[in-house]
Design a protein around this ligand. Structure first.
Ligand SMILES: [Zn+2]
Length: 157
């Protein structure tokens, strides 16, 4: 029996080819499962990163707020912030900026001293025992947190 000739229009042929190509490139069940597992892993990794980030933020917050950056002038004992002597030291840079560091907790303040402050720093004891500048004067104020972190993990489905 002779095979019946099939006649197709160009657009029908086009549609058949497209369907075949799509079927060939679609992930099969096993590949789909692997992809899903991969996505799950990615999601878990992202959640873990957020959790680690929260822990780091929390540690940063605690460090910056548990240290008074101050000590008793005679005993060296920690005293409430702003009383006694600042346990700070630092450096005035060539570009006119200064870096002040707490010698106890290593909190760092970067700021631009005024002309008078620069003179005082240069002609006085430098930045040893220098009072930390207010946050709004800090060039690195983004390093400081003004509110406690909210430990929160968002999981979107
Ligand atoms: Zn400190």
């Amino acid at each position: 029996m002779a095979e019946k000739e099939l006649s197709l229009t160009a657009s029908q042929l086009q549609s058949i080819i497209e369907t075949a190509v799509k079927a060939a490139s679609a992930p099969n069940a096993l590949e789909k499962k692997r992809l899903d597992e991969e996505l799950d892993r990615e999601k878990r990794r992202a959640i873990l990163a957020v959790q680690l980030g929260n822990i780091e933020e929390e540690a940063r917050w605690r460090k910056q707020n548990s240290c008074s950056h101050s000590c008793n002038d005679k005993t060296g004992e920690s005293v409430p912030r702003g009383t006694g002597r600042w346990v700070t030291g630092g450096q005035l840079h060539g570009n006119g900026e200064a870096t002040l560091i707490c010698q106890r907790c290593a909190t760092t303040w970067r700021f631009k001293p005024t002309h008078e402050e620069s003179e005082w720093i240069l002609n006085g004891p430098g930045l040893l025992g220098y009072a930390p500048p207010p946050l709004e004067r800090c060039l690195n104020r983004d390093d400081f947190m003004t509110r406690p972190p909210v430990p929160r993990v968002e999981v979107s489905q």
